[in-house]
Design a protein. Structure first.
Length: 197
């Protein structure tokens, strides 16, 4: 296995750093090139993190097959300074989980990040069972942790840390609310009282 950048037998500085952190006894010749942002300690520099996709067409409520799960995520202010997060998980046959709970936050952005973290936690458990998961939101700011690996908040870092090991099984999607029944259910769930539904 050989990963090089524009030169036979040489690794970029970021690649060399990542490889030697995994294999301390390995010595790698370093190729001098432009500095590269070392994205994440679990993510090799030559493997870019997949960016969220935009769903132009409507997303069906149920996942397409028995190896997939959809998780629809929403967060909303329910009173002054009070937020609730809700996510709806569906298999190919039914709604498998619907979680609605208050989010301890003082701002909408942080409330959304905490709700997304809960959804990623659930998605990680589904991946351990051999399933692939699509996480679908309406707000592009829900996935800001996937675009810029520097200056992440503690919550964004947790989201990224949980997502990276399962990056080939968890996909991130942004969809307009009007085109998704699942997102409509999630946003409606935010308005209902109680800690669960």
């Amino acid at each position: 296995m050989r990963y090089c950048s524009n030169s036979t037998g040489y690794f970029s500085l970021a690649s060399s750093k990542w490889l030697t952190s995994r294999l301390p006894g390995l010595t790698t010749p370093v190729k001098c090139d432009l500095p590269m942002l070392h994205s994440h300690p679990l993510l090799p520099p030559w493997e870019p993190f997949s960016q969220p996709s935009l769903l132009v067409e409507g997303c069906e409520l149920l996942a397409p097959n028995d190896k997939s799960v959809f998780i629809f995520v929403a967060c909303a202010a329910v009173s002054r300074g009070s937020y609730r997060g809700c996510y709806v998980a569906t298999s190919h046959a039914e709604i498998t989980d619907l979680v609605n709970k208050p989010v301890p936050s003082t701002c909408a952005f942080l409330a959304l990040q905490l709700t997304v973290l809960s959804a990623i936690t659930m998605a990680s458990r589904e991946v351990e069972e051999g399933l692939s998961v699509d996480i679908i939101v309406t707000d592009p700011s829900a996935f800001t942790f996937s675009r810029n690996f520097s200056n992440l908040s503690a919550i964004q870092r947790l989201c990224l840390d949980m997502l990276v090991p399962s990056r080939d099984k968890i996909r991130l999607f942004i969809c307009q609310l009007s085109k998704s029944v699942g997102l409509q259910l999630a946003i409606a769930g935010c308005q209902l009282p109680g800690d669960s539904l």
